[in-house]
Design a protein. Structure first.
Length: 562
């Protein structure tokens, strides 16, 4: 199955959202399914949005419906075309498409305004002069009812006049709002005369300077759903307390074209990760990271640049399922999803990240022997590549220990190891510089062990990878790790919460064939991890490799030592 085919496969397994939909389809309450993904274009999408994307597009596909992409662009002070473009790119990259169903809340501004006037004429909305601080003071608390605004009982005629003058730009920003007239004693604070419009002079990415009043999210969202005939407005749990208001607006507009059903699910929370757009924006704007697509960011753009695959993110979202209860998901589930995908699909190669030079004293100068190494141990259709063996090699510095520990089975003085695909190698002596640092190993190979096995049955416990010193190339390798050091990062002290070792850049030695690595391609560097040829930084003949994840989770072990 191709990646794009996987993307359009139905969401697997029953869950409460699908149970609701199936019940309504069976009863005839709805004739079909229309969902929507409604991002605000004020930042880049993150892994939490990926869960919603998979849910909304996958649900529509499962029931033969459609999913709209609608930008809820009601706050021009924070919205940019860059964010709109990135959101569309991310959704397409994940494998989903909205087809002809691309919408913007700003397209409905005139209709929303007319409905607001209708609400005023019916005595259900009024213009209020309270400041933002006064509104908070009048609202009350969870245990105390609010107080009515002194402007609540203005006449219909006065409210219409003031609202039209708000639209005409007669009043300064923040001086007036249009509020719904509900119940200031409601136990649900969202029902205590919520704002519907505020005055805000800002150039909108799509409407320019046509408007100086903008609808609040709660006023625009449900009515946009209704205009588009959305059947199921699936959103995260923080909107549960907003559902009575969502329904009240729909119930109190004469001639509303449809009445969608809002269903909430628990948002995704990941360990060692922050999901707040405000915090992510801080990370970018205060230069804690290099941008929204920094490979340490939980944004979809960052995960893509790190080397995560669309299939792995979709698989992760399916595995974690849906819940009505907030919980913290272990980030290793996401890391394991990409390991599973790349283990099956990434070709193998050898790369030495921290090179230590080895000179084979019983090998001729200039002699090159080629070993045939498969690109994948389980997929012969991937083919193979020639691996050159020469007198001078590089091995990982961590694969040698001058005084080996008890359970160290790799190279040491007088000890043999197997070189992957090649020969048994024995360390004869160690060469050091004037400061006592090991700079070179003098070794020999057993020529009878060509291919990595001994005719006399002699066994070695360790197998290590290597590259030729003369037939390999240098390559920049970026060793990314988790951005935060704590399982639940304290965003109040952002700098202290960051992991100082979230990025290390090394110059590795890699197989010569990797010079032609296509930007956006994946490899498993044997014994090291999964790597991605950065599609931004790589140049022809000079790839830059990002570590996606190690071969296995080493975080717990590293954390225990730190």
């Amino acid at each position: 199955m191709s990646d794009s085919e996987q993307a359009t496969s139905p969401v697997q397994g029953p869950h409460f959202v699908h149970e609701i939909i199936e019940s309504e389809l069976a009863s005839g309450k709805v004739k079909g399914v229309v969902t929507r993904f409604p991002p605000e274009p004020n930042g880049y999408l993150h892994i939490g949005h990926a869960k919603s994307i998979c849910l909304n597009f996958g649900t529509a596909k499962k029931y033969g419906g459609r999913c709209h992409l609608r930008f809820d662009d009601t706050n021009p002070t924070k919205e940019e075309q860059e964010f709109i473009d990135s959101i569309m790119e991310d959704i397409h990259w994940l494998g989903f498409d909205w087809g002809e169903y691309l919408f913007f809340a700003s397209s409905y501004f005139e209709q929303l305004y007319q409905w607001a006037e209708q609400m005023i004429r019916e005595g259900k909305a009024y213009v209020c002069d309270l400041t933002a601080d006064e509104v908070r003071e009048y609202r009350g608390t969870l245990t105390e009812p609010g107080r009515e605004s002194p402007y609540r009982n203005r006449s219909v005629e006065e409210n219409l006049d003031l609202f039209r003058r708000m639209r005409a730009g007669e009043f300064p920003d923040g001086s007036k709002t249009l509020r719904a007239k509900l119940d200031m004693a409601s136990p649900n604070i969202n029902m205590r005369d919520p704002a519907m419009y505020r005055i805000r002079r800002a150039t909108h990415p799509r409407t320019g300077d046509k408007w100086c009043i903008y609808p609040m999210y709660d006023w625009a969202h449900g009515q946009s759903d209704a205009i588009e005939h959305i059947t199921h407005s699936i959103c995260t749990l923080e909107f549960e307390n907003h559902r009575p208001l969502y329904n009240w607006f729909l119930d109190n507009i004469t001639g509303i074209p449809s009445h969608p059903r809002q269903i909430e699910f628990a948002r995704l929370n990941l360990t060692y990760t922050v999901m707040s757009k405000r915090i992510l924006r801080r990370l970018v704007e205060e230069h804690f990271v290099e941008g929204w697509d920094d490979p340490r960011m939980p944004t979809i753009a960052g995960l893509r640049r790190r080397g995560f695959t669309p299939a792995s993110i979709r698989a992760f979202c399916e595995r974690i399922g849906l819940s009505k209860r907030e919980s913290l998901v272990d980030v290793t589930l996401l890391e394991n999803a990409v390991r599973d995908d790349l283990n099956a699909n990434a070709p193998r190669a050898m790369a030495v990240l921290n090179p230590l030079k080895v000179v084979i004293e019983n090998w001729e100068e200039g002699k090159v022997e080629l070993f045939d190494a498969p690109f994948h141990p389980d997929k012969p259709e991937f083919g193979s590549r020639p691996v050159p063996f020469t007198r001078e090699l590089f091995i990982e510095r961590d694969d040698f220990m001058e005084v080996p520990e008890k359970k160290f089975f790799r190279l040491a003085p007088g000890r043999e190891v197997r070189l992957r695909w090649a020969y048994f190698l024995k360390c004869e002596r160690v060469v050091k510089d004037d400061q006592g640092n090991i700079v070179e190993l003098r070794c020999t190979v057993d020529h009878a062990t060509k291919g990595g096995s001994s005719p006399d049955g002699r066994k070695v416990k360790g197998t290590i990878h290597w590259v030729s010193a003369t037939e390999s190339i240098p390559a920049e390798v970026r060793l990314y790790d988790r951005l935060f050091r704590e399982e639940s990062p304290d965003s109040s002290n952002l700098e202290a919460a960051l992991n100082p070792d979230s990025l290390k850049v090394v110059t590795a030695r890699v197989e010569k064939g990797l010079a032609d690595a296509k930007p956006g391609s994946h490899y498993q560097f044997e014994r090291t991890g999964y790597f991605y040829a950065d599609h931004v930084s790589s140049k022809p003949g000079a790839p830059v490799f990002n570590r996606v994840v190690p071969l296995r989770d080493t975080w717990a072990k590293v954390s225990a030592k730190s």
